[in-house]
Design a protein around this ligand. Structure first.
Ligand SMILES: [Zn+2]
Length: 127
């Protein structure tokens, strides 16, 4: 596990959550979000309370302890695996849909060709 010489936070955590929330540029207390990026999985940050609000951003320093972080990293890895699987399934479905569409188009054009040939033969035989 990585510990960059930072002192571990007090074990009795959770009581002071909310007291150190800083205001965003709109003057409202920022909301706590969780980062799901590869570099900082499970790390929390403060941002504007509005989805399309100001550009306020600040890491939330009340970070996770090691055990919780391990769980979060594990869950994040699971999420990446599942997302890869999902995109593979979506690709496969899209390919199958394309094949079906292609098959229908081929059928339609062969039908048109048969009708055209038939019409040509009939017009020629009546002369
Ligand atoms: Zn704001």
């Amino acid at each position: 596990m990585f510990n960059y010489g930072r002192p571990m936070p007090n074990s009795s955590s959770g009581s002071s959550v909310g007291s150190e929330l800083r205001n965003c540029h709109c003057g409202k207390p920022g909301r706590i979000f969780m980062s799901w990026s590869l570099r900082n999985p499970g790390r929390r940050f403060l941002a504007c309370y509005k989805p399309e609000g100001c550009k306020f951003f600040e890491w939330y320093n009340n970070d996770f302890t090691g055990r919780t972080k391990d769980v979060v990293v594990h869950l994040n890895n699971r999420r990446i695996v599942l997302e890869e699987k999902l995109s593979m399934v979506e690709e496969k479905l899209a390919m199958e849909a394309n094949n079906k569409k292609f098959g229908r188009t081929v059928k339609f054009f062969s039908y048109v060709m048969v009708v055209l040939v038939g019409v040509l033969m009939m017009t020629h035989s009546h002369k």
